[in-house]
Write a protein of this length. Sequence first.
Length: 180
Amino acid sequence: MATTAKATTKIDAIALLKADHRTVEGLFAKYEAATTRAQKRTLSTQICTELSIHTRLEEDIFYPACKGAVDAALHDEARVEHDAAKLMIAEIMRDSREDQFHDAKVMVLMEEIAHHVGEEERAGDGMFAQAKKGGLDLAALGTQMAAEKTRLTADYKANGLPMPDATTLVATSIGQLTPA
Ligand SMILES: [Fe+2]
C-alpha cells in the first residue's frame, strides 16, 4: 500500500532532522533486541544508511546554513562528532565477516549518536534552538533537505552505500597517524 507522503509534503528542517533521529533511535532499539546475526546485519546496514544520509543533509545543507546563527564552537564540535561516528560507521560497513566486536561497535555508535542528538536537540541552547533563534528559513531548508534525502536514498539504493568521508580528522585510520 502506497503511503500518502508526496514529494510536495512540507516539513521544516528541524522537524525533518528530529524525525531522522527518532528513526535511528528506533533502529538501535531493534538492534539491541535482535537475537540473530542476520537480523543484526540487516539492522546495522539500515542504521549506517540512515546515518550516512542524515549526516550528509546536515553537513551539506543544514550546518552551512547555521553559520553565523549557531555558536562556532558548537558547530565545530558537531562536525567532529559526525566524523567520530563515521569512523565507527566505516568499521561496521566494512565488517563483512564475523567480528567479535560488531555488537560493541554498534553500541558505541549508538552512544555517540545519543550524545550528538542530545546536543542538537537540547532545549534553550542546543544547535536547533540556536538555529530557530537565528531566524533561519527552516521551511525552505526543509524542502531542500527533503529533496536531497530522496535523491541520496535512491542513489545509495542503486549504487550501494559509499564509505563515509571524514572531513575534520587528520587521518581516517589510526595507523596513518604519527606522533607530533
Ligand atoms: Fe548531526
